[in-house]
Design a protein around this ligand. Structure first.
Ligand SMILES: C[S@@+](CC[C@H](N)C(=O)[O-])C[C@H]1O[C@@H](n2cnc3c(N)ncnc32)[C@H](O)[C@@H]1O
Length: 223
């Protein structure tokens, strides 16, 4: 049965971090790698899309304890756990969907998202990436670590399966239900470029998981 996204994660809060670290291939490599890509200077402002309990922040705060984090997540229980873990850090949490929450203009030095964005279509992500691009300062960047479909056929298969499940369960609303529908890396990069990011590159890969960096052009580099 499909479950609402926030409820899916909140109901699995117990044991969530152990599951991520022990059951996802190379998680103990890609979390620290992702953290190492984020700014290391004092008071860097970083937006975390789908922060959950903040696993990526476990590593990032070790590298940069003074960073100022804004985390957005649908699952209130996950956010409460993040707040408990990092009560002595500068963390602002927003309960809601990153598709709906206003992100502002030129606010963040960087943004990050780990294992959250593999549930959405390319169109939906393109709209989000436009908003994200706007929210970054000039020269700011987005680090995306997520897992990707290995082919166009696999991408279509997951989307088709989700549509079939929704139909069979009589779901007609546009709410978010937990079902993995990863894009291919090629389609993800296209969405980021359509969102306005100028330089997009794959920094690392572990099986189906990759880390992608997307940079907002610095105005001083614009001719
Ligand atoms: C697998 S967890 C990843 C959490 C954390 N980044 C990590 O790697 O441990 C995915 C998270 O994305 C959140 N999420 C999914 N869709 C979202 C949306 N539209 N807006 C905000 N959060 C969302 C879920 O609630 C969940 O906490």
């Amino acid at each position: 049965m499909l479950e609402k996204m926030g409820e899916f994660f909140d109901s699995r809060l117990n044991g969530y971090e152990e599951h991520q670290l022990n059951c996802i291939e190379s998680a103990r490599e890609f979390y620290p790698f992702t953290a190492s890509c984020l700014p290391c200077y004092h008071n860097a402002s970083v937006l975390d899309l789908g922060c959950g309990t903040g696993l990526e922040l476990d590593w990032y705060f070790k590298l940069n304890p003074t960073s100022e984090i804004t985390g957005i997540d649908l699952a209130v229980g996950m956010l409460e756990e993040l707040k408990r873990k990092f009560s002595d850090h500068n963390v602002k949490l927003i309960a809601g969907s990153y598709f709906d929450v206003p992100l502002g203009s030129a606010v963040y030095d960087a943004a990050v998202s780990v294992e959250s964005l593999h549930h959405f279509t390319k169109d939906k992500k393109t709209a989000l990436y436009k908003k994200l691009h706007q929210s970054l300062k000039d020269g700011g960047y987005f680090i995306l670590t997520d897992y990707f479909a290995s082919s166009d056929e696999e991408e279509i298969m997951y989307m088709t399966e989700l549509a079939g499940l929704k139909k069979s369960q009589g779901i007609t609303d546009n709410g978010f239900y937990h079902y993995d529908t990863p894009l291919t890396v090629r389609h993800e990069i296209e969405a980021l470029k359509l969102g306005g990011f100028s330089a997009v590159e794959i920094l690392n890969s572990w099986g189906a998981t990759s880390t992608i960096k997307a940079v907002k052009k610095s105005l001083s580099n614009v001719m």
